[in-house]
Write a protein that binds this ligand. Sequence first.
Ligand code: SF4
Ligand code: SF4
Length: 379
Amino acid sequence: MDVTLCLTHACNLRCGYCYAGRKFSRRMSWDTARRALDFAFARTLETAAKTSREPVCQLGFFGGEPLLEWDLLRKSTEYALEATARLGIRLKRTVTTNLTLLDEPRADWLRDHGFHVGLSIDGNATMHDTLRRTSRGGPSHAACAGALRFFRGPDANGEAIIVLDPRNIHHLADSVGWLIGEGIRRISLNPNFTAGWSVETLEIWSEAYHRIGDLYAETFRSGDPVRINLFDGKIRARINGGYRPCDHCGFGESEIAVSAAGFFYPCERLVGDDTLVDLRIGDVKSGFHADARQRILSSRGNQVSECGDCPVRSRCVNWCGCVNYASTGFINQVPAIVCHHEKLSIHAADRIAELLFAERNPLFLQRFYGHLIDHSSVR
Ligand code: SF4
Ligand code: SF4
């Protein structure tokens, strides 16, 4: 079972699209962290015993800004490493940070401890400072961008996460270009589906994906290819005949997020300021609340009838419970903006994939067909 610890509700930024709710100084206690880890490891072993699969657990740290609780993050990690080594569980480690508190010793520590680091930065200063403001309302790009130097190159352990919003979408393509120029080779585009998208901003979004596709293709041609979640994901899903069950998230079943106070939620995006009582599925003291969890699990999936005969259904992320809930109030109702985005991103990814395939670009073929194609036969 994967577990994300939301170490604190505090944050030194006040981003305009933040879904983490009210900022206040509630931090997770060590006792809560330890209980949450013990719970996740016990469930991981139970599942492995039932399925005869290798026990694997992904431990994530989230907030607020989790690096405000650096000592607790370290202590929890050391505990998790010791416990999983003893129990025979393979432990993956992730943290999502706004970069403002990430100095070289911390970056080194995270690398040495095998972390994948989510780098929340909206690209160049113009885009980033539109919505990622400090608690005093000032710009934050200068405080974040310096830490990107710890994550340059294809083997870096970090991925830049850009949040797209109607208020910053005008700068998206330039921002992706800026990150590529900074040496970042993994970029994740994360739309704010709950924002009010006008016809004009939707058009700008569409143009931006077209331009980003060209940038993506150019990196393959230059021999230093970037990974961008929406292109890589949609291309892979096309080759595989759709998303596979393992591509879906574990939403309350094989994944929980734990609030600072110790309540369990199906996903870290739903923890907010820990007031969505209907979405709690347990707590560190009593474990899962069976009825509440069952109610959530049975309402997963996509119940939109229009999707039934949609030609791109197998490549559409219409199952994301937290996005659906945040936009429609229902876990199983996909909002129109997600439908729009999925069609847009599939179209953009297909255009680029067809170009690179026609060019027989060796790095493209290696990434997506490496196990299928003998390269000598396509050169
Ligand atoms: S850095 Fe993250 S938690 Fe803090 S305000 Fe921005 S989006 Fe919210
Ligand atoms: S693209 Fe739209 S209609 Fe098609 S499966 Fe996705 S949400 Fe449903």
